[in-house]
Design a protein. Structure first.
Length: 286
């Protein structure tokens, strides 16, 4: 793949870092991303600046050949500060580390990464297990729902798969049981319900086929699965059971809040118990 093609994925990436045991792993992952995406990297740290910490970062940047990247170092409340930096710099992607599963209290209070994912306007990648050593992506699971955002989300997943030479991409169509319930309303006679449901599924299949036909999949093996169940929960379960390396979802249609965690929206199922690295794809800051 040419550098020109790679640049279309994410041109400007912000990497949120903290001086934790996972610092080097996050920087190592950033180095891999820079090579795959041919991106400009901006490392973000919120906290007091010290000569010792600056030395640590410079040594790591030198080790992973990231000397041309930029460092943004500010004091303030982490979430609000990072969100403001993302807006000022107009990042295409924000990257942050995140625990796979948090305690109930932490989940309801919200970790920094999860709070950012609910509010950030650019795409966001949450790394559950950042690794220093090379760990090639093998399988990507991507949302194939009937949503205007899905066109861009699938396109991004395929671009990433080609950039990192991933062999398998699973596109998951989740059949919303609540939609099936609407079919059982008084609008349709009993003998019309099955036919109408088949029509809805056929329409969704055609839309997905069109989306896939618009992307150059090359040698990728693209598998399409339709699974009945609660959207968000179904695809998260599928990603875990099939040992996906990356789950790619549409960004939230609106800002998520505490009510969404009590009565989960689709994305909250994934945020509650991350099955693997999670990419939320946002288009043009929507």
């Amino acid at each position: 793949m040419s550098a020109e093609t790679k640049e279309l994925i994410f041109k400007k990436i912000g990497i949120a870092i903290a001086f934790s045991p996972r610092l080097e792993a996050i920087i190592a992952e950033a180095s891999k991303m820079q090579k795959g995406f041919v991106s400009n990297l901006f490392f973000i740290h919120v906290g007091k600046q010290s000569a010792e910490d600056e030395k640590t970062l410079n040594e790591l940047f030198d080790k992973y050949h990231l000397n041309n990247s930029q460092l943004i170092w500010r004091e303030g409340e982490p979430v609000e500060t990072i969100l403001q930096i993302c807006e000022d710099e107009q990042f295409d992607l924000l990257v942050a580390g995140a625990l796979e599963k948090e305690s109930l209290i932490k989940y309801f209070m919200g970790s920094v990464a999860r709070k950012l994912s609910r509010r950030v306007k650019c795409s966001m990648l949450m790394l559950t297990e950042p690794m220093i050593e090379s760990n090639p992506l093998k399988r990507i699971v991507v949302e194939g729902s009937d949503n205007p955002k899905t066109v861009n989300t699938i396109a991004k997943a395929i671009e990433i798969a080609k950039a990192f030479e991933v062999k398998y991409v699973d596109v998951i169509q989740e059949t919303d049981l609540s939609k099936a319930a609407l079919i059982r309303s008084d609008e349709f006679k009993e003998n019309e319900m099955a036919h109408h449901k088949e029509q809805l599924i056929s329409e969704e299949n055609k839309k997905l086929e069109y989306i896939l036909s618009c992307n150059d999949c090359g040698g990728l093996k693209v598998n399409v699965e339709r699974i009945e169940g609660k959207p968000g929960y179904v695809i998260t379960k599928y990603a875990r059971e099939n040992e996906a390396d990356l789950l790619v979802l549409n960004s939230p249609d609106r800002k998520l809040n505490l009510i969404d965690r009590v009565f989960p929206t689709d994305i909250e199922f994934a945020l509650a118990d991350l099955p693997c690295n999670l990419l939320l794809v946002n288009e043009d800051g929507v």
